[in-house]
Design a protein around this ligand. Structure first.
Ligand SMILES: Cc1cc2nc3c(=O)[nH]c(=O)nc-3n(C[C@H](O)[C@H](O)[C@H](O)COP(=O)(O)O)c2cc1C
Length: 329
């Protein structure tokens, strides 16, 4: 998760039996810094499968429209992350080029690509041959496909389409609105082999977000009402840099309410850019802040800050208990 899931969180998740991800950063110096934090934590681990791993046992994310591939390759080659996570290409065919070059730089790394609709999933599977496809449903926090749908229909339809095209061997993981064991059990029932959780980790001890951002996440309830997908959130700082196919889900902050009320984008930007200079960085409780607070519809179920270990282990335990109960019926 861009700028908030760094090496400390990613390594804590991996050391708890999940796969931690470093979210996309805009500078490769920052990516190196976070990878080094994680590498140090792994080195100190007494778990032999972690300390002797041939790859750095985490994922590192790149938004391909933000970074230059030639700058990314030396970092991938040096750190050999277990997973290179790609998202938000300007053109779907960009993934083919990225995947081929990353495989040359670090053949040991797996390539995971996140995608939000069926036809894009099939196209990417055919052209870029990812090791894993992450199907991201429209409930997800942060950025995603503007034209998408919930994971409950996205995952099985994508799976069917991939099988039909002879691409059914690619493992699928599910993202979007999954915050607890119930969501994981549902995703596995849909055919996913794993899940990706973002919003839940906004309430982890290792996340690096402003305390006011975290407070807003904890107090939010009724995700369908307090979050919204909109391109407006990408226009708050200035012109929207994202490729046209994407929008993002944020809490319904004051900027969005003003937008609905007819305030001009220039005035919204002016108020936003003043607010972000304040001590709370524009993140106010009660949906009164002006900065975007990226979060998924599952935000209403995220009620306390826990360690990454407690989250990973608790979610896994609950999912297994639920699946065991359901299978007994
Ligand atoms: C605060 C935040 C930042 C995110 N940043 C990224 C990112 O840098 N790269 C990316 O591929 N996805 C990003 N995402 C989306 C996640 O990859 C994932 O699809 C999403 O968190 C899953 O839905 P959930 O938030 O409901 O768990 C972000 C999500 C959130 C909430």
């Amino acid at each position: 998760m861009a700028g908030s899931a760094g090496g400390a969180l990613a390594s804590a998740v991996s050391l708890s039996g999940g796969v931690g991800m470093i979210g996309c950063l805009f500078s490769l110096d920052d990516v190196r810094k976070e990878l080094n934090i994680a590498a140090k934590n792994f080195k100190a681990s007494s778990n032999p499968s972690i300390s002797s791993s041939r790859t750095l046992p985490l994922g590192v994310g790149f938004l391909t429209f933000v970074l230059n591939l030639k700058d990314v390759l030396p970092v991938v080659e040096e750190f050999k992350p277990a997973i290179v996570w790609l998202f938000a290409a300007k053109e779907l065919d960009d993934y083919k080029v990225w995947a081929a070059e990353i495989r040359k730089a670090s053949p040991e790394s797996n390539i995971w690509i996140q995608v939000g609709n069926v036809s894009a999933a099939v196209h990417i599977a055919r052209t870029a041959s990812p090791d894993v496809l992450c199907l991201q449903g429209a409930d997800a926090g942060g950025h995603g496909f503007e034209k998408g749908c919930g994971i409950i229909s996205l995952l099985p339809e994508s799976a069917d389409a991939l099988v039909k095209e002879g691409l059914g061997q690619i493992p699928l993981v599910a993202a979007g609105g999954i915050v607890d064991g119930r969501g994981v059990a549902a995703a596995l029932a849909l055919g996913a082999q794993g899940v990706v959780m973002g919003t839940r980790f906004l309430a982890s001890e290792q996340i690096t977000i402003h305390p006011a951002y975290q407070s807003a996440v904890l107090e939010a309830s009724d995700g369908g009402q307090v979050t919204k997908r909109s391109k407006l959130f990408d226009e708050l700082r200035g012109p929207n840099m994202w490729p046209a196919a994407y929008d993002g889900r944020s809490l319904v902050v004051q900027s969005y309410k003003d937008h609905l009320g007819g305030m001009s984008i220039e005035e919204i930007q002016k108020l936003h850019n003043e607010a972000v200079k304040e001590d709370d960085n524009g993140f106010k409780p009660g949906l009164k802040g002006r900065a975007a607070i990226w979060a998924g519809t599952g935000v209403g179920m995220v009620k306390e800050v826990e360690s990454a270990r407690d989250i990973v282990e608790g979610v896994r335990r609950d999912a297994m208990e639920i699946l065991g109960r359901v299978l007994k019926i």
